[in-house]
Design a protein around this ligand. Structure first.
Ligand SMILES: NC(=O)C1=CN([C@@H]2O[C@H](COP(=O)(O)OP(=O)(O)OC[C@H]3O[C@@H](n4cnc5c(N)ncnc54)[C@H](O)[C@@H]3O)[C@@H](O)[C@H]2O)C=CC1
Ligand SMILES: CC(=O)C(=O)O
Length: 350
């Protein structure tokens, strides 16, 4: 059963009431059909799904938001709680159901359902449990929204993005994992904090696996357009490679630390995914490090693998992968990250 918006509280006569409430204007032009109606579906209304849903609402990214979860009572509770904020938010139709028909005609389907890490547990540990769930989630999503973009967030995100690609039958440019967009934000925050500047002025990418083998691209760090490492070298200012490694280690440890402290991560992934939704649906053509079909880029040739690369995102999904200059060491680490993912993937039987 689909749970709809609050207009149902006017009873079956709700529509009649609306019709008699407004006196129609005379000779009005028909509504413009040029503005696109945008629909986003979020599967999984746990900590992550709800952080994403509320960021989507506050940032006015969709005309319609559909929520799906396997727990109907919690789902209805979350839907109502969001609907009750209608007076404070841009107008968005919110519906919810355990039945995937609620997602029909979505432009973007975001998957956050599944098990999350316990303190100390790695993302890869979630693999078997979450792969099994995807078989129930991806085929109905793909059936109801065959032209949508799939954005996978559940962990281990790179492997689950690959499995979702296989299960959906979608072209690879329309299957994306949130990947290291979050890790890169953590990286930018730590660099900004270190140098006492605004993280939005720090450009820096983490690529590869969203996990323990991620790769920090030191050569990409720039602040206000100034490439940091080459600036330091030109000015003959010494820096410790260990300092850089420590910052990367802090990025890798970030999720573990937050999970130890509060049990899960949510706010940063909420903003990260909303930013991706904006770039995709508003055709922003921005570059984000996200999990994409990586075979053929940067010498990755061991198999069909999804991992994060700086990708150009727009209404068509992944428009391309940026050809940035990597050092030999960075290319080697990226290939190793791909191999780690492939080793596990090859045992999945997909
Ligand atoms: N890629 C990333 O950067 C991040 C990924 N995550 C991942 O997101 C996932 C969700 O994390 P949380 O929201 O904290 O977990 P949670 O336990 O709070 O929520 C998971 C939700 O999935 C629902 N669910 C389970 N099976 C389902 C099914 N078959 N169909 C529909 N819904 C189903 C549950 O009812 C629950 O509401 C985890 O895998 C976590 O590791 C979390 C943070 C960041
Ligand atoms: C849980 C997770 O993947 C993260 O916060 O990075």
């Amino acid at each position: 059963m689909q749970m709809n918006g609050s207009s149902s509280s006017f009873g079956p006569g709700g529509l009649d009431l609306a019709q008699s409430f407004f006196k129609p204007i005379q000779n009005g032009a028909p509504p413009s059909t040029t503005k696109r109606h945008t629909k986003i579906s979020v599967v999984g209304v746990g900590n992550v799904g709800m952080a994403i849903a509320q960021t989507i609402l506050t940032q006015n990214l969709a005309d319609e938001l559909a929520l799906v979860d396997a727990k109907p009572d919690m789902l209805r509770g979350e839907m109502l709680d969001l609907q009750h904020a209608a007076a404070f938010l841009p107008r968005t139709k919110i519906s919810a159901s355990a039945d995937y028909s609620v997602t029909v005609g979505s432009d973007l389907c975001i998957v956050t359902a599944g098990a999350r890490q316990k303190p100390g547990e790695s993302r890869l540990n979630l693999l078997q449990r979450n792969v099994a769930l995807l078989s129930d989630i991806i085929p109905p999503l793909a059936k109801h929204s065959p032209d949508s973009i799939l954005l996978i967030v559940s962990n281990p995100v790179d492997l689950l993005t690959y499995v979702s690609w296989k299960l959906s039958g979608f072209p690879s440019n329309r299957v994306i994992g949130s990947g290291t967009n979050l890790d890169s934000s953590r990286f930018r925050f730590l660099i900004a904090d270190h140098l006492n500047v605004n993280a939005q002025d720090v450009q820096a990418y983490i690529v590869g696996e969203h996990g323990d083998t991620s790769v920090a691209l030191w050569s990409t760090i720039s602040i206000g357009g100034v490439p940091v490492l080459s600036f330091l070298e030109k000015q003959q200012i010494a820096y410790e490679k260990q300092t850089l490694e420590n910052i990367h280690k802090e990025v890798i440890d970030s999720a573990y630390e937050v999970i130890n402290l509060k049990g899960y991560t949510s706010w940063a992934i909420g903003y990260s995914v909303a930013k991706l939704a904006r770039s995709l649906l508003r055709d922003q053509r921005k570059i984000h490090p996200v999990s994409v079909f990586a075979k053929g880029f940067y010498g990755i040739d061991g198999g069909d693998v999804f991992l994060s690369l700086p990708a150009h995102l727009g209404r068509g999904g992944v428009l391309g992968v940026t050809n940035i200059h990597l050092t030999d060491e960075e290319v080697e680490k990226l290939r190793k990250s791909a191999e780690t993912i492939l080793e596990v993937q090859n045992q999945l039987g997909f």
